[in-house]
Design a protein around this ligand. Structure first.
Ligand SMILES: NC(=O)C1=CN([C@@H]2O[C@H](COP(=O)(O)OP(=O)(O)OC[C@H]3O[C@@H](n4cnc5c(N)ncnc54)[C@H](OP(=O)(O)O)[C@@H]3O)[C@@H](O)[C@H]2O)C=CC1
Ligand SMILES: O=C1OC[C@@H](O)[C@H](O)[C@H]1O
Length: 398
């Protein structure tokens, strides 16, 4: 067996998810049956200075040779970095990713990809021009559970899909947990709101069941009807979004798809799945259900009209079996023993090894299309962010 190919990551920003992601990718890939690639963190950068980057590298257990930078500009110049993980707030993704691509580095960008579709399109054009890998890091798409659900649908087991519903309610108490309105979840300057943060997961389930499962030539953009509720304390971020998408299909087989999301209510109020599935994919031969939370589900149920009922559990692999998942807002702290973020990183690594520039499970075209849907939802709801974070100009100081 040949030695695994090492992918050298640079981490741009040192916040909550950067910690979880970096700890995940440093786990032994063999604990999830991966032998051909491995990940290492060779550098990290913090906009607040070198001291924070140094502390971050220590916290994640990076090799002692890893370099700490006090600016993102220094990180993207590092010749030892193969790919940069952009983990700043949504408002900063466009500027930071453009910086990465302009420097000739591959980019792996946290969700939501950008603030709007125009920015997303510009990034894909830049990646194409520079012949670089670029991927929106929607980790959920790379879970074995998601492969299974897509396979069930593509195999025709459910018959023709008629309706999909998906809900992602985060159960935050914003007035209590983020009273000053500065948190990225509710802060307009950071492109806050339910839609871009958690609505992306509800939309992910609509798209990955109805759109990604079709051959590319048959995929068609959906029509969008929607309503938004604005979070009054900060005035320009949404707290609740409801979307009805109709995916056109030949022969009167259009699919209706409903996504809902909120920062306030919970999709699973007791945290024990007693509220039932958060996503249901209905076909004329049966349905598949995905239990909450939709960003990291671990249970599915297949129900067919022939009487089949098949429950499946999808625990995370690795030493911690994914224990201690947090909600990012003062919930249980992550234990760094594997939360399932490594699978999306593996996808990026395979792409680099194979010379691919995008992931077929979330193509550039699909990321841009989902941003177009969210643009329409924001337009219907009258939600526009400050011009400096909506712009496609680069560089712009934020
Ligand atoms: N996949 C998943 O499950 C999750 C994904 N996310 C996504 O990750 C991204 C970051 O979220 P999260 O880690 O929770 O955010 P945090 O607020 O915890 O961290 C963001 C980091 O970005 C950097 N940053 C640069 N400029 C700013 C600024 N003006 N304001 C605030 N931070 C700034 C800071 O790092 P530094 O000072 O070191 O540069 C900061 O620590 C978002 O896109 C979010 O949607 C978040 C949670 C879970
Ligand atoms: O991406 C995310 O997934 C987990 C959630 O708790 C968090 O709000 C969100 O940013």
């Amino acid at each position: 067996m040949s030695a695994p190919k090492e992918i050298r990551w640079g981490i741009l920003a040192t916040g909550g998810i950067a910690l979880t992601f970096s700890k995940d990718i440093l786990l032994d890939p063999q604990t999830r049956g991966v032998t051909s690639i491995k990940h290492t963190v060779v550098a990290a950068a913090s906009s607040s200075g070198t001291a924070r980057a140094t502390q971050f590298l220590k916290e994640i257990g990076a090799p002692s040779t890893a370099k700490a930078y006090g600016s993102y500009e220094e990180l993207v110049k590092d010749p030892d970095v193969d790919i940069v993980y952009v983990s700043t707030p949504h408002s900063h993704h466009y500027q930071n990713t453009m910086l990465v691509l302009e420097a000739g580095k591959n980019a792996f960008v946290e969700k939501a990809f950008t603030v709007n579709a125009a920015q997303a399109k510009k990034l894909t054009e830049k990646a194409k021009e520079k012949n670089l890998f670029l991927m929106e890091a929607v980790w959920t798409r790379y879970f074995p559970l998601s492969y299974y659900v897509r396979d069930v649908i593509a195999s025709g087991k459910l018959g023709d899909i008629q309706l999909v519903t998906a809900d992602n309610g985060l159960c935050l108490d914003p007035e209590q947990t983020m009273p000053d309105g500065k948190h990225r979840m509710v802060n307009p300057d950071l492109a806050g709101g339910a839609l871009l943060d958690s609505g992306i997961y509800a939309l992910t389930w609509l798209f990955q069941t109805v759109y990604t499962t079709l051959p590319r030539a048959e995929r068609k953009a959906p029509s969008v009807t929607s309503a938004l509720k604005i979070y009054q304390p900060t005035g320009a971020a949404d707290e609740l979004a409801s979307m009805l998408l109709v995916f056109p299909r030949a022969n009167n087989k259009d699919v209706h798809a409903i996504a809902t999301t909120s920062i306030r209510y919970s999709s699973d109020p007791l945290g024990d799945l007693s509220a039932g599935p958060a996503c249901r994919v209905h076909g004329d031969k049966g349905e598949i259900q995905i239990f909450p939370p939709l960003y990291r589900p671990t249970k599915t149920r297949l129900i067919l009209r022939d009487g089949t009922v098949e429950d499946k559990e999808w625990p995370q692999p690795g030493p911690g079996k994914g224990s201690g998942w947090f909600n990012g807002f003062g919930g249980i702290q992550p234990e760094g023993e594997g939360q399932g973020m490594f699978w999306e990183a593996d996808e990026a690594a395979y792409a680099l090894v194979e010379g691919r520039k995008e992931s077929p499970l979330l193509s550039w075209e699909e990321s841009v299309l989902i941003m177009e849907v969210m643009d329409q939802v924001r337009q219907h709801g009258g939600l526009r962010y400050p011009e400096k974070i909506e712009t496609t100009d680069f560089p712009v100081a934020l």
